[in-house]
Design a protein around this ligand. Structure first.
Ligand code: ATP
Length: 235
């Protein structure tokens, strides 16, 4: 499980995270929700050591993450998929996927792992020889997720995977995340502005507002709370 305890982070005078505490249980999807600027991206970046924690801790199965170099995350079983779907556009889909195996010390990312990714993402398999810049937004999101899975993580930190995608594609993407969790027991932290979709696959939800946790509860409790939905979740 991922345990976040009294985590705080700042950008100069901007306190982006204030005393954030919650637990993301093993084998579950924990949605991190909240408006623009609530601190969701900063939370993932602080957990993985990209932003320095001013105070507090984040551990994964007891190991401290916030003071571990970001490039060591794959070795701890953590994959961070940042927002923006960054890929190397001049490389093919398959070359991009192979890069995902490197962080864990697998220079020769095996055919076996590639086959597994292609089985999970048939749309990516169909485009394996295409240059990455030719992919649609949805295909590109599948590619960055597949690339992260090449390192065989046990925990996935996903930042706004649904942003800008058509509802049908979002449904496919979230269904896939749900399958991964059910079949492989992955622990997922899912940062989303699309609260309705995120809660439909999440077990728990944590709502941030101005860098603080305002609610931390079961996903069905959050989805069923009209006042909370109107105040913080926008649906
Ligand atoms: P979004 O959905 O827009 O990404 P968010 O919930 O992920 O929002 P953050 O991006 O974590 O929120 O931002 C939290 C706060 O920190 C905001 O007030 C934001 O303006 C500020 N902030 C974020 N990144 C930086 C930065 N690099 N420098 C200064 N302030 C920043």
């Amino acid at each position: 499980m991922i345990e976040v305890r009294e985590l705080s982070a700042s950008y100069g005078a901007v306190h982006a995270l204030r005393d954030v505490s919650f637990t993301a249980p093993t084998g579950e999807v924990t949605a991190v929700l909240g408006a623009n600027g609530a601190g969701k991206t900063t939370l993932l970046r602080t957990i993985t050591g990209l932003v320095r924690a001013r105070a507090g801790s984040a551990t994964y199965d007891g190991r401290e993450l916030t003071r571990t170099a970001p490039e060591l995350m794959p070795r701890l079983g953590i994959a961070h998929v940042p927002e923006g779907r960054g890929v190397i556009t001049e490389l093919t889909v398959e070359e991009n996927l192979r890069l995902g195996g490197l962080g864990r010390g697998r220079g020769k990312a095996g055919a076996e792992q590639l086959d597994r990714i292609y089985a999970l993402f048939p749309a990516v398999a169909d485009r394996r020889s295409a240059l990455a810049h030719t992919l649609s937004g949805g295909e590109r999101q599948m590619l960055v997720l597949g690339r992260a899975l090449m390192a065989e993580p046990t925990a996935l930190l996903l930042d706004e995977p649904s942003l800008g995608l058509a509802p049908r594609i979002v449904a496919q993407l979230f269904e896939l995340v749900q399958t991964l969790v059910a079949e492989e027991g992955l622990t997922v932290l899912l940062v989303e502005q699309n609260a309705r979709s995120a809660l439909s696959i999440a077990h728990r939800g944590v709502v941030l507002s101005l860098g603080r946790v305002v609610v931390d509860d079961r996903a069905d409790v959050l989805a069923g709370d009209d006042q909370l939905r109107h105040a913080y979740l926008g649906f």
